[in-house]
Structure formats: C-alpha cells, structure tokens
Design a binder for this molecule. Structure first.
Ligand code: NAD
Length: 328
C-alpha cells in the first residue's frame, strides 16, 4: 500500500484530501498543529505537531512515499492583506517548506506536491477587472501584491531547485480561491465565499450585508472536489508545473453576493464599506492545465455555492441555538 503524508491535514483542503486519498486506497498520515475543526480526520495516523520544528518534520516524512505539502500560515483578505501578519506568514510558511523539503530529501520520499497560490501573480497584470492575466508564464517579472504571495513564489523556487539538484519528483499547483463545506467560515481567516454565505445566512429578510470595497473586483472560485481532482491528476502526471488549478468562471464580488442571496431566497441590500481587497481582477487561465493534463475544472460556481451555503447555514443555525441555550 502506498504511504502518503498530508501536511496541513487539519485544514480545509488537507482534511478533504486525506479523505480522497483514503478512498483511493492510500495509507495516509495527516500532520497539523490541530485536528480538523468540523469532522474527525480520515487519516490512519494523525500527528499533532509543528512543522517549523525540524525534528517533527523528520518524524512526519518517515516511511512516506508521497508528500502533499499544504501546511501554511494563511487566511482570506482580512488576514493576508492587512499587513499585520506579514512577518509571521513569511517566517512560518517558509520554515515549514524548508523543513519539509530537506527532511523529505533525507528520508528519500519519492514525490512531493506543493500548493502554491494565484497570489504569486504580478499586481500589474491584475488591474483591469475584466481582463486579468494569470497565465503561468506571466509570473515574472515578479510583483505579488502580498508577502503571502512572495513566500509562495520563494517556495515554488525552493521545490524546483530540489528537483533540479536532487532529482526529487515535484508537482506544483497554483490554487485559485478554493471553497466548499468544512472551510473556515468565521473568525477573520475566512475567504469571500464563506464570509458572504455567513453574512447572508445571518441576515434577516429585508436586511443588509456588508461587502468590502465597491464589489466590482473580480475573482473566480473553485469547489474543493475539483481542486482534489486537479491535485491527484497532477501528481499522477509527468508534469511538474507550476500550473493553475482554478475555475475560469469569473464573477464580481457583487455577483457572488447576489448569487448567494438567490440560493438563500433572501432579498438583502448590499452596503459597501472600506476593507482589505487584494488585486482588482483575477481569473484562472486553464490553457496550460488543459494542454498538459487533458482536463480542467468545469463545475458551475452556483452548484458549489449551494452546497457551501447549506453547510454554513447549518453552522449559523447551530451557533444561534447554542447562544439561546447559553442565554446569550
Ligand atoms: P488552511 O489554513 O485551512 O490549512 C492550512 C493548515 O496548515 C492549517 O490547518 C494549519 O493549522 C496548518 N499549519 C499552519 N502552520 C503549521 C505548522 N507550523 N505546522 C503544522 N501545520 C501547520 O488552508 P487551506 O485553505 O486548506 O489551504 C491549504 C494550502 O493551499 C495552503 O498552503 C494555502 O496557502 C494553499 N492555497 C489555498 C487557497 C484557498 O483558496 N484555500 C488558495 C491558494 C493556495
């Protein structure tokens, strides 16, 4: 039985990936600072520990064939773009990646998947909300708009250097806004789809929700199941990447909010308030993934948003019931 390690197995994508690998017949070890928040981990073995600690990173890769490196200090715009967490984001994630790749090399792991991000793309190519350029080769000259993006770019290069110098088989994906059930939905690290679902679920009919900025900034969002499909196809291919794993269905944040209201059957006003925003426009460019893997995500955004809204609505209702019981 092939033995896979998922770093970041307590997080959103990592916990889904563990389940997927188990279903495919892998023996899976999950590693994270914390267990998954919403379900038990499906991993045969789950180690709680800090990958900034080199000794723990060595324990994690011991006896492993395939590493999926998803651990990172990350969050949505409210975490990445305020500037308050820059030093932690860079130090923590870079240390995790340095430890993982060197421990993996020493242990003789065969293949390593690294989750990079669309945040590596240059700010100067994402100023027009209708025509952002996120083709893989447009990454240089580099000018990411966040330290989170700079660290991802550094780590892409780190893994590519290990592939070049030590023959490690590496596969790198640049994820574009992955969303779905069992993702962070409150607390400051949540991303736009989860934040909007929560605001709509909490609002009473005829009320309003707040959106950061004018809501005309564009993005695409990829449902988590399609992200897993992309990860597995890339890992089983001969292609190293970096390659985008994202959706090409670009919407404005206002359109995303309106879609969510439609799903919820609520008519709410949108109030635009100042807030951290990121680039003006971003969309996945799937020409390379289609060419190299003969596959690209196609599921309509609204389908994924419906599953996500239903899940978050359930969490909101549960939180309200708990508050009533507690007499808050
Ligand atoms: P997440 O925050 O839910 O998961 C990351 C996990 O890493 C967390 O559970 C966290 O506890 C763990 N972690 C952080 N520091 C650690 C440490 N020192 N030791 C051990 N574990 C540690 O994020 P996610 O959305 O599941 O993202 C997974 C990966 O994909 C991350 O690398 C992220 O940067 C990348 N990515 C995600 C998106 C997205 O839209 N979700 C987009 C682009 C890239």
């Amino acid at each position: 039985m092939k033995r896979a390690l998922v770093n970041g197995a307590g997080g959103f994508i990592g916990s889904h990936l563990v389940r997927r690998l188990r279903n495919e017949g892998f023996w899976v070890r999950g590693v994270d600072l914390k267990a998954p928040e919403f379900t038990d981990s499906a991993a045969q073995e789950f180690l709680t520990g800090d990958l900034r600690d080199r000794a723990f990173a060595e324990t994690a890769v011991d006896g492993i064939d395939d590493v999926y490196q998803l651990a990172a200090d990350m969050g949505g715009a409210g975490y990445i773009f305020t500037g308050e967490h820059d030093a932690c984001v860079m130090h923590n994630s870079a240390t995790i990646n340095l430890n993982t790749v060197e421990a993996g090399r020493e242990a003789g792991v065969k293949r390593l998947f690294y989750s990079s991000s669309a945040c590596i793309y240059p700010d100067y190519n994402q100023k027009d909300p209708d025509n952002p350029n996120c083709a893989e080769e447009s990454a240089y000259p580099a000018a990411p708009d966040s330290e989170y993006g700079w660290e991802k770019l550094f780590s892409e290069r780190l893994y590519l250097a290990y592939a070049r110098n030590y023959g490690l088989e590496v596969h790198i994906a640049r994820f574009h806004n992955i969303f779905g059930p069992e993702g962070t939905w409150r607390g400051g690290r949540e991303k736009a789809p989860a934040a909007i679902c929560r605001k709509v679920a909490e609002a009473t009919g005829g009320g309003e929700i707040e959106i950061w900025g004018d809501g005309l900034q564009t993005r695409s969002f990829l449902y988590v199941d399609e992200c897993l499909e992309g990860i597995r196809r890339l890992m089983e291919s001969q292609f190293q990447g970096p390659v985008n794993i994202g959706s090409e269905e670009m919407v404005t944040i206002n359109q995303l909010a309106e879609m969510t209201m439609r799903i919820a059957g609520k008519h709410l006003r949108i109030r635009h308030i100042p807030g951290p925003l990121g680039v003006r426009g971003r969309n996945s460019d799937n020409r390379l993934i289609r060419e190299k893997l003969g596959w690209a995500p196609l599921r309509p955004l609204e389908e994924g948003m419906k599953s996500t809204y239903d899940w978050i609505e359930g969490r909101v209702q549960a939180a309200l019931s708990e508050a009533v019981v507690a007499g808050v």
